[in-house]
Design a protein around this ligand. Structure first.
Ligand SMILES: Nc1nc2c(ncn2[C@@H]2O[C@@H]3COP(=O)(O)O[C@H]4[C@@H](O)[C@H](n5cnc6c(=O)[nH]c(N)nc65)O[C@@H]4COP(=O)(O)O[C@H]3[C@H]2O)c(=O)[nH]1
Length: 797
């Protein structure tokens, strides 16, 4: 060993050392370049590496050898050199192959390093022994062993660094290490040989066979190999333990997540956490038999999964995929992937999130967005999209689809009287009845409270739609059983034809709506097909409705009061009649706006306002004057009518006996028991109830018998005929007689002539009303008249 250091440090070899270093660096760089070049095939790369290392070895060895043994300059033992060249080339190629083809473990790189170092050491010593004195030479065994171990270690580290992903400059470090081995090896080789003069003496006494060069080399090589192998195994065991501990730690961490995790390398599944095993119903060994792409159900290129997911991860977006779960269930998943160092190299970590519940929730939200929750029918949004598709496909001008707009008649009454729950039940059953009339290709949607739309695809003429409309009308004829009650509703239907009536979904729906409105105006329960110009009338009516709503809220309506007279000609009360003084249209009579208010529901606030105003005016009149107020069917059907009347009387302070509520016959017909109970409740408040317009409807005498009315008002259409139509007089006379027998008072309305008045007075009609006696008048005038009545009374008293 001492000799080696003396040799290494001797100044006489300085130039040789520099040239050796230069050769070693250049050739090492070339050899490492060939070995690490990915563009070369493995075989080419390994062969080139072997050849370069052989050249490097010869270069550095002969440079050192000739400078050390200058007497032997230029000579080389040819057979030994050739054999050494072959050995070194084979060992360098073998080492390169071990590096390229095996997994990079400590053992494999040490083996590759040892093979290379052994080849190089063998060659150096063999040539040296052959050149100096073939077969007989003296060595320092420890130096040889040291050189061999050192070279093997340096070469091993060179391979390790070259294959390290973590190293920042693997090629540079590997080149430096290989160059160092190539420099030190010939130096160590020369230094291990006994000095030349000693050697000359020793040639007389040859070494024993044990110390022959080959024996020394083999023994050194074998010992070094055993040593290195033990060292490598120890390192491998430690690394394996550390890796297993790290793996366990990672596994616990991975099993604790809610996401499935797969660790893959080049599509091969290396590991998987519990979550993904549960998700797919496969254990780890089954997963490891599969390729990553086998787990996904996507239609696209399977090869793309990991990379596309990785790309998206880098962009922050998970990829949407589907996996095949237990029993063939398709599992929607979100996939994220990332390249990470794992155990002994790079691996792809694929995170899989089961989004089944989220997808189901999204699907449900989408369903809710496009469907009506009560009937489960599609809603307006879904309908518009279907109409859009139909319009897109429509070609030519002939009828291609019909749009039926349906609005229930009488639904509001059911809702108000039987409650919202009954209303909901009714709507569901109506939807079912409508659906039962449709073909598979037809489409039905609910677009509002009691509004439905049906789309008939592939119609050839409007008559097809008319036929269906008639069937739909008939489907509602049977009563609806709602919580022990029989309820009846009808339907008004408007028809629009596509593409004749519009080229957009909104336009077609509007036309169907206008036609439906027209059907309502025509008396409900009707079918009406859209025609040009129809929209003008409807729009006008619509405008009027908006104006009425505004007028009511601004209290712009007025009340007129028409006096009622007793048989003795004295005023006994007034009837309150609503008036609408419109700023542009003039005074609008109630015949025009009351039906509008009833249809739009405005009659409820309007009726309340009329009653409150009339009562608060009448409370200032003499106490024997009554005030009559008309009730509309909608008001009458309201559950809280009795409470409203009670509240108004309480607020205004009017005696209940002075308030008379006028109801019409059709108001009683829909639900007789309920109407009867309501009339009784009103009378129980002390309010009087009169049957108005008697003689215009069914004029059922049964109502007079069954209902506890206070009086009957004979309609003016009879009164104005009594003097010139005997039949009309007979009817009126019979009503008077019969009413008196039933203890009911009779009012004749619409008296316009003295003859009519005389006839009625002569036949004991109790009360008279008409233009002859007094027209409806504003409040001030009526109050003045009431004051006159008070004064008359005071005089009489
Ligand atoms: N040709 C003629 N007509 C006479 C004569 N005497 C009275 N009239 C008219 O007959 C109608 C009587 O009221 P109605 O039968 O309850 O009929 C009322 C009533 O059903 C309804 N109405 C008016 N105000 C209200 C209201 O505040 N609420 C409700 N629900 N309906 C109302 O409007 C209908 C019409 O009211 P108006 O136009 O004020 O018409 C009034 C009155 O002006 C006459 O000698 N000749």
């Amino acid at each position: 060993m001492e000799r080696l250091f003396t040799f290494l440090l001797s100044g006489q070899n300085a130039e040789s050392h520099l040239s050796v270093i230069a050769i070693a660096i250049l050739t090492s760089a070339l050899a490492i370049f060939f070995l690490s070049r990915q563009s070369l095939q493995s075989r080419e790369s390994v062969l080139a590496f072997g050849a370069t290392v052989t050249l490097a070895e010869f270069g550095t060895f002969f440079d050192t050898f000739w400078s050390t043994h200058s007497s032997l300059w230029g000579t080389s033992p040819e057979p030994a050199t050739v054999l050494s060249g072959l050995v070194i080339w084979a060992s360098a190629t073998g080492a390169g192959w071990l590096y390229r083809c095996h997994r990079r473990t400590i053992k494999s790189v040490i083996l590759a390093g040892s093979v290379l170092a052994f080849g190089m050491t063998f060659s150096a010593f063999y040539i040296l022994s052959a050149a100096v004195e073939p077969g007989v030479v003296a060595y320092d065994l420890w130096v040889v062993l040291f050189v061999l171990v050192l070279s093997a270690t340096l070469c091993g580290f060179a391979f390790w660094e070259l294959g390290s992903q973590a190293a920042s400059r693997p090629r540079l470090v590997a080149t430096a290490l290989l160059a160092l081995a190539l420099t030190l090896l010939p130096l160590g080789c020369m230094g291990s040989v006994l000095p030349f003069d000693q050697w000359l003496t020793l040639v007389q006494q040859p070494d024993s066979a044990l110390f022959s060069p080959l024996a020394v080399l083999c023994l050194s090589g074998f010992t070094a190999l055993i040593l290195l192998f033990c060292l490598a195994s120890l390192l491998d065991i430690r690394v394996a333990i550390a890796q297993r501990q790290e793996g366990d730690r990672m596994r616990h961490l991975a099993d604790g997540t809610f996401e499935g995790l797969l660790i893959c390398r080049n599509e091969t599944i290396l590991d998987a956490n519990n979550r993904i095993q549960e998700m797919l119903g496969l254990d780890l060994s089954q997963l490891q038999e599969k390729r990553l792409s086998d787990l996904f159900q996507d239609t696209g290129s399977k090869q793309d999964h990991v990379f596309s997911a990785g790309d998206q991860l880098r962009m922050g977006n998970p990829a949407q995929r589907e996996m095949l779960g237990p029993n063939g269930r398709r599992i929607p998943v979100e996939v994220l992937s990332r390249e990470l160092p794992y155990v002994d190299g790079e691996a792809t970590i694929v995170a899989v999130r089961d989004v089944t519940e989220r997808k189901a929730a999204e699907e449900h939200i989408r369903y809710l967005a496009l469907h009506d929750s009560l009937t489960s029918l599609p809603n307006r949004r879904a309908l518009e999209s279907v109409l859009g598709q139909i319009l897109e496909k429509s070609h030519g001008d002939g009828p291609q689809a019909a749009i039926l707009g349906l609005d229930l008649d009488g639904f509001k009454a059911v809702n108000d009287t039987l409650g919202h729950h009954a209303g909901d039940l009714l709507l569901r059953e109506v939807a079912e009845r409508f659906q039962s009339q449709l073909r598979d290709s037809d489409y039905i949607a609910r677009i509002g409270g009691d509004e439905f739309v049906i789309v008939l695809r592939g119609v050839t003429s409007p008559a097809d739609a008319q036929q269906l409309a008639q069937r739909l009308l008939a489907s509602l004829w049977q009563p609806f059983k709602l919580g022990g009650h029989d309820a009846y509703v009808g339907v008004s239907i408007g028809i629009a034809i596509c593409p004749r009536d519009g080229h957009s979904a909104q336009m077609l729906l509007k036309c169907a709506d206008i036609a439906m409105y027209q059907a309502k105006l025509a008396g409900k329960g009707q079918v009406c097909e859209f025609q040009r110009g129809m929209d003008v009338a409807v729009r006008e009516r619509h405008d009027l409705e908006l104006e009425l709503r505004a007028a009511i809220s601004r209290h712009e309506l007025m009340l007129y009061y028409q006096p009622l007279f007793g048989r003795d000609g004295k005023i006994i009360g007034f009837e309150a009649l609503a008036r609408w003084p419109h700023p542009h249209r003039g005074m609008i009579p109630p015949d025009r706006f009351i039906p509008l208010a009833e249809e739009s529901g405005l009659i409820v606030p309007l009726g309340e306002w009329v009653m409150r105003t009339a009562c608060s005016v009448a409370v200032n009149w003499p106490s024997d004057l009554s005030i009559a107020v008309n009730l509309s069917p909608t008001q009458f059907q309201r559950v809280d009518l009795v409470g409203t009347v009670r509240d108004i009387l309480h607020e205004t302070g009017l005696a209940p006996s002075r308030l008379e509520l006028e109801v019409t016959e059709n108001l009683l017909m829909e639900d007789v028991p309920r109407a009867l109970a309501l009339v009784k409740d009103l009378r129980a408040l002390g309010v009087r109830v009169a049957l108005d317009d008697f003689g215009t409807g069914y004029s059922s005498l049964a109502y007079l018998h069954d209902f506890p009315f206070d009086k009957v008002k004979v309609d003016r259409s009879f009164i104005n005929k009594i003097t010139n139509d005997a039949n009309a007089w007979t009817i009126v006379e019979s009503i008077i007689v019969m009413s008196h027998k039933l203890k009911l008072r009779v009012t004749a309305e619409g008296i316009e002539t003295g003859a009519q008045l005389e006839l009625l007075t002569d036949h004991d009609c109790d009360e008279m009303q008409g233009f002859l006696l007094g027209r409806p008048m504003p409040e001030e005038e009526a109050s003045r008249l009431a004051e006159v009545v008070r004064q008359d009374c005071d005089v009489a008293d």
